[in-house]
Structure formats: C-alpha cells, structure tokens
Ligand binder design. Structure first.
Ligand code: COA
Length: 254
C-alpha cells in the first residue's frame, strides 16, 4: 500500500504522508512513494500542492531504524535515489504549502522547509534532534534553515535542540500562519487555492528566482530578476492579466 495518499481539492493536490503508526517517519519506502506521488497526473496538473501528515503528526523525521550501519557509499547513493525527493519537492513549479500538526522533527521539518510556505496548528512541535544523534540535518535542512533564520539562530536551533511551538516558529519566520488545532490542512488548502489562481509561469519563475537570488552576488541577482522579468513580460498570461486590469479600470471598477 502506498505510503503517500493523493487527493484533489479543486485546483490543489493534497499529498498526505500515510504512515501514522510510525508518526510518518520518513523511511526510504515513504520517500520513494512521495517521489512517485510528485509525478502523478493529479499533482502535475494541479495549480498548488499541500503536504500534510496522517494521524497525530506531520512527521517525526528520518526513520531512525534506517540510520544505522550505513556505509559512505550507501549514503552517497541515497542522495541520488530516494534522498533526492526533498529537492524535488523544492523544485516543484507549483506553489507548495506544508500543513503541520503534531511533531515536525528532523527530516519532517526539512520536508516542511522544502515547501514554499508553512501553516502550523497549535499542536505543532518543531525541532532538530539530529546533532544529539551524532549527525546533522542533511536533506537540505541545514541550508534552508540558515537562509531562513540566519546562522546565529540556526546554530541555536541545531545545537541547543530545544523543541519549539507554532508561535515560536512564526516569530522565527518559519511559519506563515498559526491556526487552531485541527485546522492546518484546511488553511493550507485555502492558501494553496489562492496561490493556484496566480499566473502559473509567473509563480514558478518567481519561486525559482527567489531561491536563486538568495545565494547570488548582487549583480547576478539583479540580472536573474531582470532576465526573469524579460521572460515573463512577453507571456500571454501577462498580456491577459494586464488587459483584464485595463478593462476593469475603463469600467470604473477596482
Ligand atoms: N523513526 C522511526 N520510528 C519512529 C520515529 C522515527 N523518527 N519516530 C517515532 N517512531 C515510531 C516509534 O518507534 C513508535 O513505534 P512503535 O509503536 O512500533 O514502538 C511510534 O512511531 C510512535 O512513537 P512513540 O515514540 O511511541 O510516540 P511518543 O508520542 O511517545 O513520542 C516522539 C514521539 C516524536 C517524541 C518520539 O517518537 C521520538 O523522539 N522520535 C524520534 C524523533 C527523531 O529523533 N527524529 C529525527 C531523526 S534524525
């Protein structure tokens, strides 16, 4: 049975990690099913994607039983195989929203960080246990955390390893909205539905540009921005949106 369920809510594809008896621990089997789900037609044709977890947690992180006795060779090939799924989530052209409730630890938090936005309910518990296990977040989480909160705060979260709640995550800029218990998925779907209304190429190019400019020099970043503008300004979706705006203005609307 697949460890990731797919359903559509209008223009939004909802992917639910479905290994609740293990708090959606990210085994290689689950990562494989998530990668397969990303290729499904329901996802490819969606305008937005929500990632959620079944049961009482978003995800308690990497499957600790799979972390032992790994050779360097096995680890290296892991990143080319199922371990590549975090970057594939990050590279989706559609806007993505993680709906977090319960535990969101380690690899679970890395997966949430690979989404564009995060909504958390009041039961959410975030944290990075990795360093205490003698490792570090290595599914893009260290990279994304530093970019999101800066090196000093990242060291605090990675080394002190204190768990933090939805409000603290919001204050740190890791979460866009905090909602009452049980409402994360509904709010994430609402948010993704709004994002699905955007001109799709503009949304996809903006996502990619934000990621690229985060590490580019000032000059390269400006060039990326201008080249992306040059590309989008020539699209039919821009033409249509501008014409619709002018039409509304000429009718005296807002
Ligand atoms: N990998 C594999 N299995 C996990 C897991 C993980 N990361 N997290 C939880 N599970 C399993 C437990 O082994 C347990 O399975 P069992 O019922 O067959 O024994 C089941 O999920 C429920 O977890 P349990 O520990 O009983 O729930 P809890 O509410 O008492 O504690 C946690 C929840 C998240 C605090 C605890 O499970 C935990 O610390 N998990 C590991 C978190 C972690 O270190 N993640 C990062 C790895 S790099």
């Amino acid at each position: 049975m697949a460890l990731v369920r797919i359903r559509r809510e209008g223009r939004v594809a909802v992917l639910t990690l479905d290994r609740p008896e293990k708090l959606n621990a990210l085994s290689t089997a689950l990562e494989r099913d998530l990668a397969l789900a990303l290729e499904a037609e329901e996802v490819r044709s969606a305008g937005g994607v929500v990632l959620a977890g079944a049961g009482r947690a978003f995800s308690a992180g990497a499957d600790v039983h799979e972390l032992r006795d790994q050779t360097p060779e096995a680890i290296w090939s892991y990143y080319r195989e199922t371990g590549a799924v975090y970057e594939r989530v990050a590279a989706l052209p559609q806007p993505t929203v993680a709906a977090v409730h319960g535990y969101c630890l380690g690899g679970g938090l890395e997966l949430a960080l690979a989404c564009d936005l995060r909504v958390a309910d009041e039961t959410a518990v975030f944290g990075f246990p990795e360093v205490g296990l003698g490792i570090l977040p290595s599914s893009g989480g260290t990279v994304r955390l530093v970019r999101a909160v800066g090196p000093a705060r990242a060291k605090e979260l990675l080394l002190l390893r204190d768990r933090f709640d939805a409000r603290a995550a919001e204050r740190a800029g890791l979460v866009s909205a905090v909602v009452p218990a049980g409402e994360a998925e509904t709010r994430a779907i609402e948010m993704a539905s709004r994002l699905a209304e955007l001109p799709p190429l503009a949304a996809a190019v903006t996502k990619a540009a934000v990621d690229a400019v985060a590490t580019a020099s000032h000059e390269a970043a400006l060039l990326i921005e201008r080249l992306a503008y040059g590309m989008l300004a020539g699209t039919e979706e821009h033409e249509r949106a501008t014409a619709a705006f002018e039409d509304r203005q000429s009718r005296g609307g807002g």
